[in-house]
Design a protein around this ligand. Structure first.
Ligand code: SF4
Length: 257
């Protein structure tokens, strides 16, 4: 009877496997795939923590507990007129003109008695004075006709006055009536954006952003602290970062400290 011989082909070979590299020697080299691009880090600065915001405004308060606006005025009405005149003009330039104007006209009635032509004469050193004189007379008429000669206490009402917009209303509500409003002028807009406290493309965005992050206990003076900071320290062209009270907290990538 023939012996059945089993095949060894299923047995594990004792010869080590040929490394692939050697096995492929002479074969065409494969091109390595390019590494995947690493996603760029967002340029958005880290938002301020509540503790950092508190710290910043505590420093402003310690340095200047009772900040004052620089527009001279005698009462809510003259403040309103001064703010309307200050559009695209410096506070110093407005003060120079209003010092004389307000000695003869510090109420809407007296302003109407003075008349547009004379108002124009008093304010002719201020830019856009013709249009502004017209607005001062028109807003005085409206105050008498609709608000009993008083400056109203709501933003919506102030905004109906000729020459007065949201910023004017916020300044008047804050300075005359102690409301926690945030008027955003060119300085506040710059400081809000540079520091990263409240970045925004429009004054309204910055205003709402600042209102959201600034604790209520600082809101009465926050507007002035930020204006003064922008006017004297965080200057548009050459910010004075080396003497800035909040330079360690500021998020501006171009700060010089
Ligand atoms: S560090 Fe410089 S850029 Fe930042 S708030 Fe201060 S002055 Fe402005």
């Amino acid at each position: 009877m023939a012996k059945i011989i089993r095949s060894n082909s299923t047995k594990k070979s004792s010869v080590p496997a040929v490394p692939k590299k050697v096995a492929n020697k002479g074969a065409k080299k494969t091109v390595k795939a390019a590494p995947k691009p690493v996603a760029k880090k967002s340029a958005k600065p880290r938002p301020w923590s509540a503790a950092e915001v508190y710290e910043a405004f505590s420093r402003f308060r310690n340095a200047n507990p009772e900040p004052k606006g620089e527009l001279e005025h005698l009462n809510p009405y003259t403040l309103l007129v001064a703010v309307v005149l200050s559009a695209q003009a410096t506070d110093a330039g407005v003060n120079k003109a209003t010092r004389a104007l307000f000695t003869v006209a510090d109420t809407p009635t007296k302003m109407l008695e003075l008349g547009e032509e004379k108002v124009r004469e008093y304010i002719k050193t201020i830019g856009l004075y013709r249009n502004k004189a017209k607005n001062v007379i028109a807003l005085s008429e409206k105050l008498i006709a609709e608000f009993g000669g008083e400056v109203p206490r709501t933003r919506a009402e102030i905004e109906t006055l000729p020459g007065a917009g949201r910023k004017t209303a916020n300044v008047v509500l804050n300075m005359a009536y102690g409301e926690h409003t945030m008027a955003v002028d060119t300085h506040v807009f710059r400081v809000g954006n540079r520091t990263g406290l409240a970045a925004g493309n429009t004054p309204l965005e910055v205003e709402l952003g600042l209102e959201k992050v600034i604790p209520s206990e600082f809101m009465l003076h926050a507007h002035h602290w930020l204006i003064l900071h922008g006017r004297y320290t965080c200057l548009a062209r050459k910010p004075r970062c080396e003497v800035c009270l909040i330079n360690d907290l500021c998020r501006w990538p171009e700060k010089t400290v």
